[in-house]
Write a protein that binds this ligand. Structure first.
Ligand code: MG
Length: 241
């Protein structure tokens, strides 16, 4: 009897294997575009370079009005009280690479030390802060989603050293009546270390009070914060997804 059952089982298995062909599970529907990766962390062939180091700020403007007034050379440095800057182009879902450096000369502490920030869609801040031996509230340190999500670990390098964020962002979607259909999600890799793992952003970054969930366009500029500290940026590129 046992042999008989085993025979039925194996012949069923063989029949099943023979009923399907390997080609049935091959997907030929979308051919991935060829992209040439950049050497090291240089932009790949399909990226939009937002700051390449030639000293031109043509991809940026002031958050207030008119041209961006930050110091632009090989690197781009916050000019204190000039206000934040934003990209002329708008972005939704994206992969963003950005390198930053907090001042080598340590001044201030907590939120006053090497503070800047990357505002995705101008609304959701990935914090830039000199968090190397610098205590502040954990959801306000480098790599936090400011006032919302503490980074998994602190991968901050010493002040004066270049650091990298690789950010993968999924923009929120709103219904026609302005209610939220889906939240924004973000993944952040800091100097090669995963610090935000596909986390849900609950709403806009607010200094005081809870995040807000007000409807906004599907694409908006990326902005960089002027928090009064001379933080520098370089090698900024984005791949709209
Ligand atoms: Mg900030």
């Amino acid at each position: 009897m046992k042999k008989f059952i085993a025979l039925i089982f194996f012949s069923g298995l063989i029949l099943n294997i023979h009923a399907q062909k390997p080609e049935e599970t091959e997907d030929w529907s979308r051919k991935p575009e060829v992209v040439t990766p950049g050497k090291g962390m240089l932009p790949p062939s399909d990226a939009i370079v937002l700051y390449g180091g030639a000293g031109d700020l043509d991809k940026w403007e002031s958050e207030r009005e008119g041209p961006a007034k930050w110091t632009a050379g090989e690197e781009l440095t916050v000019a204190a009280r000039a206000g934040g800057i934003k990209t002329r182009q708008s972005f939704g879902d994206m992969q963003l690479h950005i390198e930053w450096r907090s001042p080598a000369e340590v001044k201030g502490d907590g939120q006053g030390r090497g503070n800047s920030g990357i505002f995705l869609m101008g609304k959701y801040e990935v914090q830039v802060l000199d968090s190397y031996n610098n205590l502040t509230y954990y959801n306000g340190q480098a790599g936090s989603i400011y006032k919302q999500i503490i980074p998994l670990v602190n991968a901050t390098l010493p002040p004066g050293e270049w650091q990298a964020y690789d950010i993968i962002f999924k923009a929120p979607v709103f219904n026609e009546d302005g209610s939220k259909k889906s939240s924004p999600y973000v993944t952040v890799i800091h100097n090669g270390v995963l610090i935000q793992n596909h986390v849900e952003i609950l709403g806009t970054t607010e200094y005081i009070g809870a995040p807000k969930q007000t409807a906004h366009p599907a694409k908006l500029p990326i902005s960089l914060q002027d928090h009064g500290n001379p933080v520098s940026y370089r090698n900024i590129w984005v791949r709209p997804l």
